[in-house]
Design a protein around this ligand. Structure first.
Ligand code: ARG
Length: 461
């Protein structure tokens, strides 16, 4: 392409080197923004007409031309040209080629610097809503599991060691909370995405009589950005969005780790559906949890994307710098990875069964009611530190005798404290232990039911 046909070719006497065109082009990934780019241009053109910067007739030609281009892109017949760099110039050039002089007026009072910022904001605004929906799907899967297994127990862990018995539902609702915070974070981030950047122009605003408020209301932005220099150099909203996505990915990854462990024969806590596992090409007996493994593995790229973004921004002087073009691949990749992860996780959870007998068995060993014994002593007026030591000695005795706490006789127990009576056995059972944890947020059936009902209400069930 000669530089006379390039939209910015006027100043140049030499043709751009092909290698430079290839190196600087972003069209192969920013073509994703075509709908947003066109929506922004439509609103901008409408404003130009209202302000008398272009005629109504030119406005109509632009609107029609853009709509046709949009359709061609939708249908896959539009040819993107790398020598036109990015989505903005591909569309604008196509418009000029199609409608002539009117098309050449579209870029009045606008720069690609505010235009790309607008496209990204429009795009991320929609994607935020989509992610919130996907998160709702995952939360629903947890609530269903919590409801289905209400009352069933499992070991709760700290340091990956059996710690205290809990309800399966309590564990499921822990994830319900985590993914709920993710929804809140996205909604919060959406507030800062939802600011109109258009009108900042290249960096300093424009001398032409534009109406930013009108464009804002056309595009549904409740706010207009305050400082043109800040606006064109700002990618904070992208970092926030990608950070929020990274936390979602971390939550998915932690869950995945548990599912990988739980579905092993060592644990045998859950059975993943055959349709959600894959086999081995050499070991016929294998049924592998590839979905959670892949999700866990994809955390690397999501965290990497966040690092790429913040590192790219770190040394940038105001205002727009071409470096900023490097924001798109990380944000798109993060979005794709996280949204696919959420969708498949919701499905996977819906096709998973807990092995309740095995889980209950697992609560019977490991002295998991030791804290209950200490709390029992506290209620008999033994200071907690003393109670802790007494129970420690009792557990050491159990280890030596190869017995669980519940298997000790009253006489054996009383060797360690005279405060222990017949009523101790109620607190040493798993059920007694779980039921006693009635503090707000605890694992007793009473609290978990309460939390589950609230969760169901929150989801409108
Ligand atoms: N493709 C560019 C980006 O993604 C658009 C803005 C380019 N502006 C410029 N003056 N070269 O950031």
């Amino acid at each position: 392409m000669t530089n006379e046909t390039k939209l910015w070719g006027g100043r140049f006497s030499e043709k751009t080197a092909a290698s430079v065109e290839a190196f600087t082009a972003s069209i192969h990934y920013d073509c994703r923004l075509f709908r947003q780019d066109i929506a922004g241009s439509q609103a901008h053109a409408k404003m130009l007409v209202r302000q008398g910067l272009i005629t109504a007739e030119e406005g109509e030609q632009i609107a029609k031309g853009l709509a046709e281009i949009e359709q061609e892109i939708e249908q896959g017949v539009f040819v993107f040209r790398p020598e036109l760099e990015d989505i903005h110039m591909n569309i604008e050039k196509a418009l000029v080629d199609r409608i002539g002089p009117a098309g050449a007026r579209l870029h009045t009072a606008r720069s690609r610097n505010d235009q790309i910022n607008l496209d990204l904001r429009l795009y991320l605004r929609e994607e935020t809503d989509r992610l919130v929906e996907l998160l709702a799907g995952v939360r629903l899967s947890f609530v269903r599991l919590a409801r289905r297994y209400l009352g069933a127990v499992m070991p709760g862990y700290t340091h990956m060691q059996r710690a205290q018995p809990v309800l399966i539902s309590h564990h499921m609702l822990a994830y319900f909370e985590m993914f709920g915070r993710d929804q809140e974070r996205l909604r919060d981030c959406a507030k800062r995405i939802n600011v109109l950047p258009l009108g900042a122009a290249a960096l300093a605003g424009t001398g032409l009589p534009i109406d930013r408020e009108f464009v804002a209301s056309e595009l549904g932005f409740p706010q207009v950005s305050a400082n043109s220099m800040d606006t064109v150099g700002d990618r904070d909203f992208v970092v926030e969005f990608v950070s929020a996505c990274t936390l979602i990915q971390l939550h998915l990854s932690r869950l995945s780790e548990e599912l990988v462990l739980w579905s092993s024969s060592e644990f045998g806590f859950v059975e993943l559906a055959d349709s959600f596992c894959t086999g081995s090409s050499i070991m016929p007996q294998k049924k592998n949890p590839d979905i959670p493994e892949l999700i866990r593995g994809k955390s690397g790229r999501v965290v990497g994307n966040l690092m790429a973004l913040i590192t790219m921004l770190k040394g940038l002087p105001l205002t727009y710098n071409r470096d900023l073009q490097e924001d798109k691949e990380p944000v798109f990749d993060t979005l794709d990875t996280v949204s696919r992860g959420l969708a498949i996780t919701a499905e996977l959870l819906g096709n998973m069964k807990f092995n309740t007998a095995r889980l209950e068995d697992a609560t019977q060993t490991g002295y998991m009611t030791a804290t209950d014994l200490a709390d029992y002593l506290v209620l008999k007026n033994v200071p907690f530190r003393e109670a802790h030591a007494i129970v420690g000695q009792t557990v050491a005795y159990c280890v030596k005798k190869k017995k669980e706490l519940i298997e000790l006789t009253l006489d054996e127990l009383r060797q360690f404290s005279k405060a222990i009576d017949e009523d101790v056995f109620a607190v040493l059972t798993v059920k007694g232990s779980v039921d006693s944890r009635r503090s707000f947020g605890g694992t007793s059936i009473f609290r978990v039911k309460e939390a589950l009902e609230k969760a169901e209400r929150d989801l409108g069930m």
